[in-house]
Ligand binder design. Structure first.
Ligand SMILES: Cc1cc2nc3c(=O)[nH]c(=O)nc-3n(C[C@H](O)[C@H](O)[C@H](O)COP(=O)(O)OP(=O)(O)OC[C@H]3O[C@@H](n4cnc5c(N)ncnc54)[C@H](O)[C@@H]3O)c2cc1C
Length: 386
């Protein structure tokens, strides 16, 4: 075993140990009340796991994407809902690659210490989901600030974050040559913007996701908070997407493992007709199939992460990793619920909660169809369909 694999194993063990201190009753209670897991996020932050991608010079652990993937996979594997805090890792690519040195010095050490939370990432709008380039939120330069106007939807964790990465149009769509030009990324400090034009409203969903809609009504953002160059924001966001896909893939693998372990344990124990249900091939085969699908997807997640860490092109692998892992977790979730019979629907078994939670990854942050569109166009050289 190489030292690196040993490191990853130690990370997994440490994260699993921390997660074990948050029992299933904790997650069940929060889910029932749609409450945010503040204590869990604090514990992960204090242990340094949420800042593992932040370079050491800014107070983080300076680890790579495989380590971050291992952290998120273990969180999900424990039965927890890591969606509460994964955005700090998803957004790190944009921050590390495109923020200025001054911005990094201002924000990263505080994020690493847990003094600032970077958990909100506002791209989607009511009329711009899959088609990001049609977004309408505008940012107009006035003196030393940009003034934001518009609306975002599905801005998750906005109520539990201090900073928000926002993508807005700085040049109207009709005045740019390419529709993906003219958008810019801002690092908005919500602590000063709330009540000064920024309004956040929670959206209740089928899962406990702390998601919201956000309204900008003449919100002033200092020009110093523009990330990189004006007009190039779409590229910056795209740049971060491979990392995001790989991390989501890892979370789905964690979910799939949880479902498979839970189903196997139940199938060994539950007796019907005087013998364990797991003795029936009708129960064994779906578990074995889910295991195979998970292992195959896991290999793609690992492959994509290795390519990403070596700075090699990994668009196809990252997209396939996300999709295969999301499909594997959904297959495992469906199998686990079926294996539990009626008890699969009972809150106290946690299966129905995880089943609901893992369904999201067929839709967000990119829906399955769009991954297929990507492969058709960029790998199979078929005509662009959208
Ligand atoms: C719980 C939750 C949390 C989220 N968190 C965030 C967040 O923190 N920040 C953020 O910015 N966004 C977030 N999102 C938004 C998410 O990224 C979008 O929902 C997703 O990108 C899909 O956009 P849409 O919902 O507008 O679907 P639409 O774009 O309206 O698409 C609807 C359906 O049509 C399909 N479709 C559209 N065009 C095509 C085509 N050309 N070919 C084939 N099929 C097509 C899609 O695949 C989809 O199935 C979140 C969403 C949810 C539900």
């Amino acid at each position: 075993m190489s030292a690196r694999e040993q490191d990853l194993r130690e990370i997994r063990e440490a994260v699993a140990k921390l997660c074990a201190t948050f029992p299933m009753e904790y997650w069940r209670g929060l889910d029932r009340e749609r409450k945010y897991p503040t204590e869990f996020v604090r514990a992960l932050t204090e242990a340094g796991w949420l800042s593992c991608l932040i370079p050491e010079e800014y107070g983080g652990a300076g680890l790579g994407l495989r380590a971050a993937a291992a952290v998120l996979e273990e969180v999900q594997r424990s039965g927890a809902n890591g969606a509460a805090c994964h955005a700090q890792m998803y957004t790190m690519g944009t921050i590390l690659r495109h923020c200025s040195e001054a911005q990094k010095k201002t924000y990263l050490p505080k994020i690493a210490k847990g003094e600032l939370r970077l958990q909100a990432f506002a791209i989607t709008e009511p009329s711009a989901g899959t088609d990001t380039s049609s977004l309408r939120t505008s940012a107009v330069r006035k003196g030393n600030a940009y003034v934001l106007n518009g609306q975002k939807v599905w801005t998750s964790r906005a109520e539990h974050s201090d900073l928000m990465l926002v993508l807005a149009r700085t040049t109207p769509r009709e005045r740019v040559e390419k529709k993906t030009d003219g958008m810019s990324v801002f690092l908005l400090d919500m602590r000063t913007a709330l009540g000064r034009g920024l309004t956040v409203r929670p959206i209740r969903t089928m899962i406990n996701h702390a998601t919201t809609e956000v309204f900008f009504d003449d919100v002033a953002v200092p020009a110093d908070n523009l990330v990189g160059e004006e007009g190039r924001g779409f590229r910056y966001v795209l740049d971060g997407m491979n990392a995001e896909r790989i991390l989501i893939g890892a979370e789905c693998i964690g979910d799939a493992k949880w479902f498979i372990e839970k189903a196997s344990a139940y199938a060994r124990e539950r007796k019907v007709f005087g013998r364990p249900i797991g003795q029936n091939q009708g129960i064994q085969f779906p578990i074995a199939r889910a295991y195979m699908a998970m292992r195959a997807a896991e290999l793609m997640v690992e492959r994509a992460a290795v390519l990403y860490e070596s700075n090699e092109a990994c668009g196809p692998e990252s997209n396939m990793a996300k999709q295969l892992a999301a499909e594997a977790s959904w297959q495992a979730g469906d199998m686990c619920l079926q294996t539990h019979g009626g008890f699969g629907l009972a809150e106290e078994y946690d299966v129905e909660r995880k089943f609901r939670e893992t369904r999201l990854y067929q839709i967000a942050p990119i829906s399955t169809n769009l991954v297929l569109c990507y492969l058709a166009e960029h790998v199979l050289e078929l005509p662009r369909s959208y």
